[in-house]
Design a protein around this ligand. Structure first.
Ligand SMILES: C[S@@+](CC[C@H](N)C(=O)[O-])C[C@H]1O[C@@H](n2cnc3c(N)ncnc32)[C@H](O)[C@@H]1O
Length: 199
């Protein structure tokens, strides 16, 4: 599942290159999704679907079915919720994932986006809020241009790849065991972080 999918370019790529994968594009706005749906129809892709809904209001039928959830270049409430680790955004995302499945986020924010600059250290500092909701931080690093290109993101093309982009991976815990009383995970030892900013 790709959340904040825009025109669905990433799910179309995954559906085309992985016939055994069923890919779902979800976005609060139907504008971009409609063009993706037309492209899927023209390409006769039957392993892709489009849902116009905000992450805060996902249907319960999607709970626990995702092998992977991606979010590429979020903005608005999706970006704010992911940066803050807010319950209204992170919880419904965590609910989508099967135990052990991963949430993979590429995001870029600078001061004028209203959430402060997003760096690997900022992500690590918010990891307790995610752990509280069943998502353990696996790794955080600056994304390379190749990683950004692989998202097939129309938005990244517009940004021109000049802004620093953070790549974060979280894993869905199968139970809430492993949390300690202040809400932080007791198992953060495996976090890999590349803190050096790309030149
Ligand atoms: C900058 S666009 C990125 C689109 C696409 N992922 C890409 O990389 O080209 C951010 C998208 O996030 C969506 N979005 C913002 N808040 C959202 C929310 N709460 N739930 C779902 N989608 C949201 C917007 O509608 C927009 O399409």
């Amino acid at each position: 599942m790709d959340l904040g999918a825009g025109d669905g370019g990433y799910v179309l790529h995954r559906a085309r290159t992985e016939p055994a994968t069923f890919a779902i594009a979800i976005d609060a706005s139907p504008d971009g999704l409609a063009s993706g749906a037309w492209r899927a129809k023209r390409a006769r892709l039957r392993n892709v679907s489009f849902l116009a809904e905000g992450v805060e209001h996902l249907p319960p039928q999607l709970s626990g079915i995702a092998d992977e959830v991606t979010v590429h270049f979020p903005w608005g409430s999706l970006l704010r919720g992911l940066v803050d680790g807010s319950r209204s955004v992170v919880r419904p995302i965590a609910d989508l994932l099967k135990p052990g499945a991963e949430l993979r986020v590429l995001m870029s924010a600078v001061e004028r986006d209203g959430v402060g600059e997003v760096t690997p250290n900022v992500v690590i500092s918010r990891s307790g809020a995610y752990a509280d909701l069943g998502l353990d931080l696996v790794g955080v690093t600056w994304a390379s241009p190749v990683m950004v290109r692989e998202t097939h993101s129309a938005w990244a093309k517009r940004l021109g790849l000049r802004r620093p982009v953070v790549f974060v991976r979280y894993s869905r815990r199968s139970s809430r065991r492993g949390l300690i009383s202040d809400g932080t995970s007791s198992d953060l030892h495996g976090i890999q972080s590349t803190r050096k900013r790309p030149s």
